[in-house]
Design a protein around this ligand. Structure first.
Ligand code: GAF
Length: 392
């Protein structure tokens, strides 16, 4: 979500803290507190805007907003930006009018007005225990927390499926990041103890059991410390390559191509061939992973995670050195699979490891990063958690 710092805070303290920040900034108690989690994408990267399949799950950490129906226009303040305050008239919002972190909450309000809703004046304090730019969907969490809060406060009849579309529109058109619908869908639809298998063409979704602890396994999130921005042009370039490949192959999207050796011979450009090969093979891996989870075989998903990483590194070329070192290191230290997660060019790696190997994995990572003179990565076990909700 852009340009502000976010330190990790215990999630259970977040609601109290954001309510206190709200009272400090606006002089009265908030009408409510809403929370939207970050997400980890287990598998299915750069498939969403190709009409394909994804398999994310929600984290326990995320973005909390405290909000009230007062003020004059929309006012947002953010603890992660040292209490910075931005105000705009509800009717004066337009793409390009605001940039930086405030484009996400104000873009969400703009998107609601574009759909014909008329939210009244609102004051909002924002807090997060999720790092921005870490590939864990801080932007979508911010949009969705604000969207839920504004809809609830003003009695707007927006169902979650519509909120997904409106939050995506805010991100694409107001914040200028040409992303797909995975992150907003994960933030709003995920269930605790499950991953969300989402068909990004039809919008159909299915909750697939994901309880690593029950299998003696841990899903470790490794923040490589490298930050990315989906607005920096590289994500958009990958999206354009996929569209060019689909056009050259005469299909409406790469989703329509089966996974097979001969299917890409129509693509003369080797770079487009690599990009398309990643998307096609990744869709197959997502469906295979969902099948394995339904059969209770999480361990077998490990191999698919590593194959996904290799494909993102070599074919889609969105990995980065700290992610490649993390993947190689954790596998050598006993993890059964690992991959970069999110849009790439920075952010996090997810590793699947036996619980008994977690300490060894952590030590090996610290050593490997220190050999490269990189700061030790933050590592924590991810627990598949509930999607966005009102906390109080
Ligand atoms: C980012 C985007 F926001 C998603 O829509 C998705 O494309 C992802 O990168 C890559 O899979 O998180």
């Amino acid at each position: 979500m852009g340009d502000c710092d976010s330190g990790w805070v215990s999630p259970r303290d977040l609601a109290d803290r954001v309510a206190r920040d709200y009272a400090g900034a606006f002089g009265h108690a908030p009408a409510g507190v809403w929370f939207a989690p970050g997400r980890v994408n287990l598998i299915g990267e750069h498939t969403d805007y190709n009409d394909g399949f994804v398999l994310p799950f929600a984290l326990s950490v995320g973005v909390a907003v405290a909000a009230g129906r007062l003020g004059n226009g929309i006012t947002v303040s953010s603890r992660q930006c040292a209490g910075a305050v931005v105000t705009a008239p509800v009717d004066g919002l337009a793409p390009g009018a605001v940039d930086g972190w405030a484009a996400y909450p104000l873009g969400m309000v703009w998107s609601l007005t574009q759909a014909g809703y008329r939210p009244g004046s609102t004051t909002i304090a924002i807090d997060a225990d999720l790092a921005a730019g870490a590939g864990l969907s801080s932007s979508a969490a911010l949009e969705c927390a604000v969207g839920l809060a504004v809809a609830d406060l003003h009695g707007l009849p927006v169902v979650r499926a519509e909120l997904i579309r409106l939050a995506s529109k805010a991100e694409n058109e107001f914040a200028g990041a040409p992303t797909g619908i995975m992150d907003q869908s994960a933030v709003l639809l995920c269930q605790a103890g499950h991953a969300l298998l989402l068909d990004c063409r039809s919008g159909a979704s299915d909750d697939v059991p994901l309880e690593p602890g029950a299998a003696g396994l841990a899903l470790l999130v490794i923040d490589t410390g490298v930050r990315h921005a989906l607005t920096d042009g590289r994500y958009a370039q990958r999206r354009r390559s996929c569209e060019a490949a689909a056009l050259a192959l005469g299909v409406s999207s790469l989703r329509d191509l089966p996974d097979g050796p001969g299917d890409l011979t129509g693509l003369a450009d080797p770079e487009l061939r690599r990009r398309a090969r990643h998307v096609i093979s990744e869709n197959r891996r997502v469906l295979a992973a969902a099948d394995l989870l339904r059969r209770g075989d999480l361990a077998a998903v490990g191999q698919l995670l590593t194959e996904s990483h290799v494909s993102l590194r070599d074919d889609f070329e969105v990995s980065w050195p700290q992610a490649d070192v993390a993947v190689e290191t954790v596998i050598a230290a006993g993890a059964i699979g690992a991959r970069m997660t999110g849009g790439g060019f920075g952010g996090a790696v997810i590793a699947l490891a036996p619980v008994t190997e977690a300490v060894g994995v952590r030590m090996a990572l610290d050593e490997a990063y220190s050999r490269h003179d990189w700061a030790p990565p933050a590592i924590w076990p991810a627990v598949p958690s509930h999607g966005a909700r009102r906390l109080r």
